[in-house]
Design a protein around this ligand. Sequence first.
Ligand SMILES: [Fe+2]
Length: 296
Amino acid sequence: MTDAHNATKPEVWHGVRTERLAKGEEDPYLFVRSPGDRQVIFRQILHPATGCASYVFGCAGKKKLAVVDAHHEHLADYLAVAESVGSPIVAILETHVQADHRSGALELARETGAVVHLHQRADVAFPFTPIGDGDEIPLGNDYIRVIHTPGHTPESSCFLVGDRTRGEDPWLVLTGDTLLVGDAGRPDLEENASREAAEAAARQLHQSLERLLSLPDHLEVYPGHFSGSACGRSLSAKPSSTIGFERRFNAALQPRSADDFVDFMLADLPPAPEDHIAIRRANRLGGVAPSPTLAT
Ligand SMILES: [Fe+2]
């Protein structure tokens, strides 16, 4: 690759790290830099203890970053990425109200002044900016486009992400707990969910997955969980995929009637995440710990 090529082509880095940068430590993933205002960054932050994935990404050239599904134990990581590229976090998005870990969205908003976005159906007790299907959030040269995908929860949404310096089409989709690598997000974790409610949620999930399957095969998939999470069955330890690979090999995406899909999704479920009702209640209050067991 020539220097001239490097000078005009925007760079992307996909980095994975689970530990925090020490103060003053140089981020090894930031060795690739391109001049000008076309730099897009994308970072997946993993939390192996609960199989959670969160994301910080955006346009470092025009200095607008977003964080999706902020995990309260990784706030320092998001801030370290933002500091490393000299760009503020301006948008915080939740794919849904989480039931298996404490959200860091509000804490991050207080730290950064960024706006918290959730789907308009989210049942939470804190102020947020409502988003709906088809809405677009600009991030400099990049954008986030909302797809409402109810099923795992009523407000569950996926986020298409594109970089207009590369092309108008979306490059990747953040699928939250709707589509996981190897499965779909379980539809039975709502508080006091009856069998009937779980079946209705599974039918919604069936339609939501149909929408995702209308996306092109080349689109990269970045889920909210990977193996180690109780939010799905047989999740891959590989925390990313493509629509095309999942279309072919994800058991939940194989052609089925809605009735057969409901039976499939409600069979062989692992135990619900420990404290999931208390965690979701805490997250509905903005991640405030209601009991000492959730304080960390
Ligand atoms: Fe979830």
